[in-house]
Design a protein around this ligand. Structure first.
Ligand SMILES: C[S@@+](CC[C@H](N)C(=O)[O-])C[C@H]1O[C@@H](n2cnc3c(N)ncnc32)[C@H](O)[C@@H]1O
Length: 381
């Protein structure tokens, strides 16, 4: 396989567990490249997709989790013939050549489905149709694979010779019921509090890439004791299915700050999600298409769909293909630290200024935590 936009190799690592061998990696970020170099020893790494001339001969699978910002461009220019609409078109340029790979695996944020009023997705699915591919995608939640992180990602699989539906659609376990918020740690974003909270019971909300200048943006967790903590970077790595310190080699790259590891981890594909795809690629399941409904070109993109020849069909599936044994968030807070008085005070101010409704007892816990941390920090006169 070849990993384009490989980041820290979440897709590649998950697929490796099922026998795939990475022949080439492509990643522009020096910190991420340092991680790939240390973790995928002897695999050649190219920095820029736009400069990649061709895929290695015999490539069977191309994995590509291209940057989402780039899609907005695709949304704007879709329909203009011959226009280069961004990095996703680089993927199409590469797979168009020669025989082409058997599989193309694309991963992205669910926002991709709404971008440009659905235009970005139409751009992608039309391009795949025109290349002769059958495509299928499904929004999948990392919690389905036992990770206590609410993280949804679009997994899209396309092929000219195989049926991607047998990989992505063969199983559906249905959304799981949320646990009791008083008996479990609950994740939220202390940086929010006005319009949203990101509240998740026995899970953290989606780990985010954070700022480009390497400022960490970890979520917070309210423990059943009422204390409020933030997970450490190795906890975050484990919450994504990586071994602790997977991204430590990033610090060897010139000019990379410690906080950059949060961005790398936040951008990554959960290893277990990728591993599920790997498992299903080798163990496809029959898929019965009787429930699929054809989508018009103006309809919203649903949770799951497939298509070819510029036609698309909605498929009634949930974001939980399986219910793997769930791991409690409590086991992922080994390096957590108490949320600072400053961060807690800032959150409380935002929470009080807005009209957001909070879970019962939550703000009392935040206030008590602030008292324990010394109260509102003094502002210099
Ligand atoms: C959403 S992340 C992919 C994460 C990856 N799948 C993982 O598991 O870590 C997108 C990646 O594309 C990289 N990227 C952006 N422009 C690129 C380019 N021109 N060539 C190669 N990589 C690029 C970014 O540095 C970023 O790491």
């Amino acid at each position: 396989m070849v990993g384009l936009f490989a980041g820290i190799g979440g897709l590649e690592l998950g697929l490796t567990e099922h026998g795939w061998h990475t022949e080439l990696l492509c990643e522009i970020d020096p910190g991420a490249r340092a991680v790939l170099g240390a973790r995928f020893v002897d695999v050649p790494i190219q920095p820029d997709v736009t400069r990649l001339r061709a895929l290695p001969a015999g490539t069977e699978l191309v994995a590509a989790g291209f940057p989402c910002q780039d899609l907005s461009q695709a949304g704007r220019t879709a329909g203009i013939r011959g226009a280069r609409s961004g990095l996703v078109d680089e993927v199409f340029r590469l797979v168009r050549r020669r025989r082409g790979p058997r599989w193309l695996l694309i991963e992205n944020v669910p926002f991709m489905l709404q971008l440009g009023g659905g235009e970005a997705m139409r751009h992608i699915t039309d391009a795949l149709s025109d290349l002769g591919y059958t495509w299928a995608y499904r929004v999948v939640d990392a919690r389905a694979f036992g990770l206590p992180q609410r993280r949804q990602r679009v997994l899209m699989l396309a092929s000219r010779t195989e049926d991607p539906r047998t990989v992505l659609f063969g199983e559906d376990a249905g959304v799981s019921h949320e646990a009791d918020p008083d008996a479990h740690p609950c994740g939220f974003y202390w940086t929010e509090g006005v319009r949203g909270l990101g509240w998740a019971v026995n899970a953290v909300p989606t780990l985010k890439g954070g700022s480009t200048i390497g400022i960490a943006s970890p979520p917070a967790v309210r423990l059943p004791s009422g204390e409020i903590v933030t997970p450490g970077i190795t906890d975050a790595e484990r919450l994504q299915g990586f071994d602790p310190d997977w991204t430590l080699p990033a610090l060897d790259a010139h000019g990379v700050r410690a906080g950059h590891r949060w961005k790398l981890v936040g951008n990554a594909v959960s290893v277990r999600m990728a591993s599920w795809v790997g498992h299903r690629l080798s163990n496809p399941l029959p898929y019965e298409d009787s429930d699929a409904i054809e989508l018009t070109r103006t309809q919203r993109w649903p949770i799951a769909a497939w298509g070819r020849d510029r036609r698309a069909f909605k498929v009634p599936l949930s974001t939980w293909p399986v219910h793997d044994p769930y791991e409690d968030l409590a086991g992922f807070l080994d390096e957590s630290r108490l949320l600072s008085a400053r961060a807690t005070a800032g959150f409380l101010r935002r929470a009080r200024s807005g009209s957001l409704r909070f879970p019962v007892g939550f703000l009392d816990d935040v206030e008590n935590h602030l008292d324990r941390m010394g109260g509102f920090p003094q502002v210099a006169a």
